[in-house]
Design a protein around this ligand. Structure first.
Ligand SMILES: [Zn+2]
Length: 177
């Protein structure tokens, strides 16, 4: 089981049911359907619920994995697109972001966005912990991109071979996918 991304927001203004439907359509049109649950891209929270200690009024119905330092699994450019769309369309609202682990969410700021973009540009989807690298092939550590139980696998971008890492920290060829 992985950590999914959690995006909550407040709109900073009243929305009619029709406004919500039109905005929902525009968000899907802008970001793409695959990011969202098919039924609707966001839903209104009950006014009594203070999810994750926020004052959010709405929640994004996302299918995406979380992306963050130490968990480089989700697709940050799509997550950032949703967050940016919300911030620009609801300039008086707020956006919170995090994983669905029950921990407090982060209130989005310009600084958080630029730091996460920087982390993404440096590390992309390569695990940050352990440097994301395995035993050497072609003179450099393979990039870890596969997990199976306790087993980890990786990819050598130089010779394009895929490997499993053996318990003795050796390399064993594996079929891609
Ligand atoms: Zn190689």
């Amino acid at each position: 089981m992985g950590v999914d991304c959690e995006i909550l927001f407040s709109t900073g203004r009243e929305l009619s049911e029709q406004d919500e439907k039109i905005l929902a359509w525009r968000l899907v049109e802008a970001v793409g359907r695959r990011f969202f649950y098919p039924e609707r891209p966001f839903h209104r929270l009950h006014s009594s619920s203070e999810m994750y200690g926020t004052t959010a009024t709405h929640e994004i119905n996302s299918l995406e994995r979380f992306y963050g330092e130490g968990y480089e699994r989700g697709h940050w450019p799509d997550i950032a697109a949703v967050i940016t769309w919300l911030r620009l369309n609801f300039p008086n609202g707020q956006v919170w972001y995090g994983g669905d682990t029950g921990e407090a969410l982060t209130l989005i700021t310009d600084q958080f966005m630029s730091e996460t973009w920087k982390h993404w540009a440096e590390h992309g989807g390569v695990p940050y912990r352990d440097n994301g690298r395995g035993p050497n092939c072609c003179g450099a550590g393979i990039f870890i991109n596969a997990w199976h139980g306790n087993r980890r696998g990786g990819y050598c971008p130089v010779c394009a071979k895929n490997y499993w890492i053996t318990p003795g920290n050796g390399l064993e060829p594996r079929d891609s996918n």
